[in-house]
Design a protein around this ligand. Structure first.
Ligand code: ATP
Ligand code: MG
Length: 176
């Protein structure tokens, strides 16, 4: 059995979530099973929510914020965000331990830790207790040093230019 990797996509530049999705697309070509759990995605619609369905049964997407749509915006109290983040951790643990998936992607989990919604120890436990074969992907800027230390692959997206700087708004198919 090949040992799974812990992979981190962090940094300010764009491309963290899309890198994880690209990896899912590639692995699904080998009939690998992938589960992506979205932390703090909120009420936005992302194209991958629909394209993932076209990759069924290889690709499963879990938007934990769903059902909490009304309270995920910035005006809601921190306890609500914490509750959702804790729920996302619980679901992540179940998915990772289920041994049904070759790859588990925890999208935006680094932000949730950075915002103090999740304890870094919870993330370290997820990584340390994962079945050996599982590849675990963590995205989001501000990845903690403790997590970087135990990861196998860490890529920092470096922003050189972003259309946002010119006032160009988020683009369908590119940004969401
Ligand atoms: P993507 O989902 O496009 O791969 P990302 O995962 O690297 O982006 P996030 O931090 O998750 O970036 O941000 C999500 C949203 O913010 C996306 O719509 C993305 O295009 C946009 N975004 C990402 N980086 C920047 C930036 N440096 N400036 C402005 N907007 C950004
Ligand atoms: Mg992202």
């Amino acid at each position: 059995m090949v040992n799974g990797l812990t992979i981190i996509y962090t940094g300010k530049g764009k491309g963290k979530t899309t890198a994880a999705l690209g990896l899912a697309l590639r692995a699904s070509g080998y009939e690998e099973k992938i589960c992506m759990i979205q932390f703090i995605k909120g009420s936005w619609h992302y194209g991958e929510m629909d394209s993932s369905k076209k990759l069924e049964p290889n690709f499963e997407m879990v938007a934990v914020g769903k059902g909490f749509v009304g309270i995920i915006d910035d005006k809601s109290p921190k306890e609500d965000h914490e509750k959702i983040a804790k729920e996302a951790i619980k679901i992540s643990n179940e998915k990772i331990q289920s041994e049904k998936y070759d790859i588990v992607i925890l999208d935006e989990i680094n932000y949730a830790v950075n915002l103090g919604l999740i304890d870094v120890k919870d993330v370290i436990n997820l990584i340390k207790n994962k079945p050996k074969f599982v590849d675990l992907v963590l995205t989001g800027n501000y990845a903690k040093e403790e997590i970087i230390e135990i990861a196998d692959l860490v890529t920092e997206m470096k922003e050189i230019k972003h259309p946002f700087q010119k006032g160009i708004k988020a683009k369908k198919g590119i940004d969401f």
